[in-house]
Design a protein around this ligand. Structure first.
Ligand code: GLC
Length: 502
């Protein structure tokens, strides 16, 4: 054996033991977990993704023993305190024969989405992919026997979408050792501290004194993440969730571990303790103003993530188009949820939104991928502005605005505009097309170069819109994350605040 081959072997052995050590609870964390700039740029460029919550809970659709649940559908096991032996029986009837990965991915792509984030394991602990770590999974425990995540990955590759996965790293109601952060405000411990529910599985295991959370991490989380990161090709993001109670070391080790397998994977802020590559405001919290931090806003289409038969409070395509544009104009990404039905189809109302977004994109030519935030210092009273291709201003105008647009402060030469317009010094006047009640109007203005816009607070439409501080709360996360968030805009949805802020 030459010296070089010997050295390579030794290095190989060291690398393997380093990985094993990382997986063990007392490993020394590496101190640099920052992502490559190019990976962060790819995330920023993607702009719009589809969140998919699908699992055994979808089978129940928010109803248990004739009762309609309140709260989000994927929490039904905790809400109704369903014992694991009973909940596991749902798997026997889980047979979504109408599931068609290409159809889901095509709808997402047509709507302008660039990535998918699929629930590979939610809080109920059931794996929606082919895992050897636990037989509580869609392939081994259901008559369907198909690796739905694998099929989605293949469809994403066919249609050019990036693949993300949601993985509940902390809560797992199927595992005794998983977390049960039963904290209450006074710092004591109580069984019911989360909207009247337990965070962990306190109904099967009221005594959690023998819990060993690191054992759960070592025996389920690490091996499953290894499968997910080695068997499905390149993973764009891992969406961790609910890190309540995780220590700095647990979050950091986990981050290092996933990066050691896939150096380019990005993780959500809900890995805990500030180790996210991007942050998420609370669920259904939209951005107020602009963000310099990398941010993704997860929103529902009705009031639940997992499918519910009785939730008909659907957002319109119009509202989603406005929310999407507002989010991009603030420099953030939007992750829009679909909760597929137990038979594998998207709810009609969700598909309708996707189709309307698709038609709107085609009709107006608006660009989502790669679009960047508004170059203007102030809010626009009529809607939002984003920038495509570096030199196209995209004005998205609400239906209730009937005047012409009068925009001040553009110093560039206007090369083209999709509506009739006049210019006078730094004023651009756009004669708006008639309001289309169904969707917001779009005006595309091509400039002679990158926007050169007066950075001062120039009044627009004769007024200067600044956000009143009383309308929002500014919170500071660890790292650069700074965002303002409104209170929950819909009843019953949780408001988590900044993960790992302290
Ligand atoms: C919350 C919920 C979880 C859901 C997630 C989506 O953390 O606990 O059920 O998946 O929000 O953002």
């Amino acid at each position: 054996m030459t010296n070089t081959t010997f050295r390579m072997r030794v290095l190989g052995i060291m690398a393997v033991s380093a990985l094993t050590a990382l997986a063990s609870a007392d490993a020394l964390p590496l101190d640099d977990t920052r992502a490559d700039e190019s990976d962060l740029a790819a995330f920023r460029e993607a702009r719009f993704g589809m969140f998919i919550h699908w699992g055994l809970y979808s089978q129940l659709g928010g109803r248990w023993k004739g009762e309609k649940m309140t709260y989000i559908g994927e929490w039904i096991q905790s809400r109704s305190q369903i014992p694991n032996v009973e909940y596991a029986k749902l798997a026997k009837d889980f047979n979504p024969v109408k599931f068609n990965a290409d159809e889901w991915v095509r709808q997402a792509k047509d709507a302008g989405m660039e990535y998918l984030v699929f629930t590979t394991k939610h809080h109920d602990g059931f794996s929606m992919y082919a895992t050897k770590v636990s037989d509580y999974n869609i392939v081994d425990a259901t008559p369907f026997k198909r690796d739905v995540f694998g099929e989605l990955v293949a469809a994403c590759r066919r249609h050019g979408l990036k693949v993300g996965l949601y993985y509940s790293q902390n809560l797992d109601w199927h595992e005794f050792d998983a977390a049960d952060p039963r904290v209450n405000v006074s710092g004591g411990r109580t069984a019911l501290a989360n909207n009247g529910m337990s965070w962990g599985n306190s109904w099967d295991w009221p005594d959690d004194s023998k819990k060993d959370f690191d054992r759960y991490l070592k025996e389920k989380v690490y091996p499953q993440l290894k499968e997910l990161l080695t068997n499905y090709g390149e993973i764009f993001v891992i969406w961790f969730d609910c890190p309540i109670g995780m220590t700095v070391k647990q979050s950091q080790d986990l981050k290092n571990y996933v990066r050691s397998i896939q150096p380019h994977v990005l993780v959500s802020g809900r890995i805990g303790n500030g180790f996210g590559d991007f942050d998420t405001p609370g669920d259904n919290q939209l951005l107020a103003g602009k963000s310099s931090a990398l941010l993704e806003c997860p929103i529902t289409l009705n009031d639940t993530w997992g499918f519910k038969y009785d939730d008909h409070n659907w957002k319109s395509a119009y509202r989603v188009a406005c929310d999407l544009t507002a989010t991009i104009s603030g420099n953030a990404n939007l992750l829009l949820n679909v909760g597929p039905r137990p038979d594998g189809r998207f709810p009609d109302a969700s598909s309708d939104v996707m189709h309307e977004l698709s038609a709107w994109r085609k009709r107006t030519g608006i660009r989502i991928k790669g679009a960047t935030g508004s170059p203007f210092a102030q809010e626009m009273p009529w809607g939002w502005c984003t920038v495509a291709d570096g030199n196209v201003l995209q004005f998205v105008v609400r239906s209730d605005w009937t005047d012409d647009l009068e925009i001040y402060g553009i110093r560039n030469k206007i090369i083209a505009c999709t509506a009739a317009y006049e210019t006078n010094a730094d004023r651009l006047k756009v004669h708006l097309p008639k309001p289309d009640d169904a969707m917001p109007r779009v005006v595309l203005v091509t400039l002679d170069g990158v926007p050169d816009v007066d950075g001062r607070l120039v009044p627009q439409q004769g007024e200067l819109v600044l956000l009143p501080s009383a309308s929002c709360r500014v919170v500071q996360g660890r790292g650069e994350g700074l965002w303002a968030r409104r209170g929950p805009d819909r009843e019953g949805l949780p408001d988590y605040g900044p993960w790992g802020a302290d």
